[in-house]
Design a protein around this ligand. Sequence first.
Ligand SMILES: NC(=O)c1ccc[n+]([C@@H]2O[C@H](COP(=O)([O-])OP(=O)(O)OC[C@H]3O[C@@H](n4cnc5c(N)ncnc54)[C@H](O)[C@@H]3O)[C@@H](O)[C@H]2O)c1
Length: 449
Amino acid sequence: MSGSRIQDTKYPSGPARTILKGRCLARRRLLTCPAYGAVGWQDRIWKALAHHLVALVQNRSIMTTPSQPATTSPAKVALVGVHGFGAHHRANLQRLQDAGAVELVAVADPNPPAEGSLPASAAVYPDLDQLLQDVTGLDVVIVATPIQTHAPLGLAALASGADLYLEKPPVASLADYYRLQEAAAATGQAVQIGFQSLGSHALAAIAGILADGRIGTLTGISATGKWVRDRAYYKRSRWAGKRTIDGVDVVDGVATNPLAHAVATALRIAGARTTADVAFVETELFRANDIESDDTSVIRIRTSTGLPVTCALTLCVDEPIEPYVTLHGTLGTAVFHYTLDRLVVTTDGVSTEEEFGRDDLTQNLLDHRRNGTPLLSSLADSGAFMLVLEAIRTAPLPAPIDPAHVRWVGEGDAAHPVVDGIDDAIERATATHSTFSELGLPWAVSARV
Ligand SMILES: NC(=O)c1ccc[n+]([C@@H]2O[C@H](COP(=O)([O-])OP(=O)(O)OC[C@H]3O[C@@H](n4cnc5c(N)ncnc54)[C@H](O)[C@@H]3O)[C@@H](O)[C@H]2O)c1
């Protein structure tokens, strides 16, 4: 890790808006901050977390004012980006249209959708500009396009007067994040970010577990990500695995795209929503694939309440497992498998498991418009995540892992790399809040030399 320091110049005097990257600076801060060294620091963390827990139980969002008056007619919706994850939005919009909640009036994509794949109500455009020239009175625009297009398309959608559903990660830099936030704040338009795990009802159950002390005092949170992405994944789009394209930020790495929900969910449970809720972020980024971005990384965060949040994430394991966020308590653990809405609580060696439902974020945005229901994943509440993205964006290039420590499984485009001992490394990193090089892993140490 480098010892660089990033100052948030937009709000230079604001509290805890500094990102510190690099072991030396981070350690210095840990040693000098009284909250970490003094007796009873865990109690202080606990108290500071209390108000976040109340917010979590109530699913309170900062942006709670409905942007449009109550109405019962279907919301007029446009979808930008119809393939890839856009196909999920198409299916969801069809469901909502069948229920009378929306009317999909138009889509935009340079690669048009297949004949008959849209409701008859939807006009097809090659881009958002042409769509907005023809179609007025939109209530909601959903943007599910490559990361580097989120800022211009999101700003154009807001300029049209519509509310915005923007896929994660929100945008590719902190500067663009502030730009978007200012545009939305100027008119009071709503912006929902597509971290769908934040709609899980398990979050309220987790808040209850923390409030009733079932796992004791919370000492830290970790996110464990062990997925697999093959060569075809990185070949599917020009932007896949890129940090920039033609000088434009993309930041398509393991923590900002495939496993971004792990980071966002861990931050939410830690009570870190806005930029003010994060004290610092450290990154250690590696890659086994032949890409620009990272595919095997540790992201270590301190919240402004002093809680450590460590995310150990890879796309280079033998056998993928569903990712999870672990709450480490003095009396036990709670493990949230966020893709499955499953919560496993273990105390005294006894585990209980429960599955939950989840609120759909598009429906939540419609409810927000109609009656002021708080947004579950607002732009304002993605500020903490954006500090993580900014630390990754400005970090040194990910270190390539020596091929001697990488095994390839499968053939051709279906092949994926497996890093030596990665399963165990991720477990140890999350259990001890350590980076891979701090654990002394040979591939991490040699890549860093
Ligand atoms: N919430 C989730 O679980 C989830 C899952 C996967 C992807 N995503 C997000 O969805 C977004 C898209 O990812 P993807 O993997 O589907 O990408 P992709 O490259 O596979 O597909 C993007 C689509 O957008 C279209 N497109 C590209 N530029 C466009 C433009 N300027 N205007 C209109 N359409 C344009 C492409 O033609 C394509 O149809 C990303 O932000 C990604 O992070 C979210």
